[in-house]
Design a protein around this ligand. Structure first.
Ligand SMILES: C[S@@+](CC[C@H](N)C(=O)[O-])C[C@H]1O[C@@H](n2cnc3c(N)ncnc32)[C@H](O)[C@@H]1O
Length: 262
């Protein structure tokens, strides 16, 4: 059977998302987010997880004592995240919605958007719309953390790659082919998956995505234009400033301008 999915977050791939991201250290990412949130805004409790996906950060942040609201525009991701939170015995407010939802206003002391979700904002206008919506969701002086793959790493990355994952008796073959659209400053990636459940059926899924090639100074400029201040970059989910020079992954922290009325 063959399916085509424009968006890999709304397909049969959702149940394999965690196994395909098992190389990531979510505990370290959450510990880093916790350290930064408490450094910028001591005592913060209410946090917004934007593009929460399968809920890995949301669950771990709740376990660290936060009141977490996780939003994701994919119904499949939210369903999966809710099942995981239930299994973990953790209370997280998980909503299938977009960051542009007008109900999300000035509620949060902190917000984060991790897993390079920001790279899906492929134009300045989308990126600014997204950052302005985040700004609106935060209380004055609230902190926002956003991670992205450094533009040079995207440009210099391999044009082709392949991976194999094993999950509960299923083998997932992952092939990808990338090309650069220099005019749009976008990396286009075609994904091709073979899912072999070893029962005689092999499922084929095609998906694709566009990732914007962003550089650190552009992200600072966009954040500043969207009413953020105290903007700082960190490498690889580490507070060690040396890590920034060698890291492919950059996390930018910024604070919403305005007076905190307590
Ligand atoms: C690459 S995944 C990251 C998931 C998770 N944060 C992680 O680190 O594993 C990106 C997620 O963001 C969601 N997403 C993208 N744009 C969004 C938006 N504007 N509002 C809410 N969710 C969004 C997608 O549906 C997808 O689940």
């Amino acid at each position: 059977m063959t399916t085509y999915s424009k968006n890999m977050f709304e397909s049969d791939l959702v149940k394999y998302y965690d196994v395909m991201h098992s190389h990531r250290n979510y505990s370290q990412e959450c510990q880093f987010a916790n350290n930064l949130i408490q450094k910028y805004c001591p005592g913060s409790k209410r946090v917004l997880d934007i593009g929460c996906g399968t809920g890995e950060h949301a669950i771990k942040m709740a376990q660290l004592g936060y009141e977490v609201t996780g939003i994701d525009m994919s119904q499949d991701m939210i369903k999966f995240a809710k099942e995981k939170a239930k299994r973990a015995g953790v209370s997280v407010d998980l909503r299938c919605t977009d960051i542009h939802d007008r109900d999300i206003v000035r509620e949060f002391q902190a917000a984060y958007c991790l897993g390079y979700t920001f790279l899906y904002m492929t134009t300045y206008s989308e990126a600014m719309g997204f950052l302005m919506a985040v700004n609106k969701a935060l209380l004055p002086q609230g902190i926002f953390l956003v991670d992205f793959i450094d533009g040079w790493s995207l440009i210099e990355g391999l044009p082709q790659d392949k991976f194999v994952y094993q999950h509960e008796g299923t083998t997932i073959f992952h092939f990808e082919q990338a090309s650069l659209d220099k005019k749009r400053r976008v990396k286009h990636i075609d994904f091709y998956y073979l899912i072999d459940q070893h029962d005689g059926n092999v499922k084929t899924i095609f998906a694709e995505e566009d990732l914007r090639i962003f550089f650190d100074d552009e992200i600072h400029m966009l954040l500043s234009d969207c009413s953020f201040e105290n903007i700082k970059s960190f490498g690889n989910y580490s507070l060690d400033t040396d890590a920034l020079d060698t890291s492919n992954i950059i996390v930018v922290a910024a604070q919403k301008r305005g007076q905190n009325k307590g």
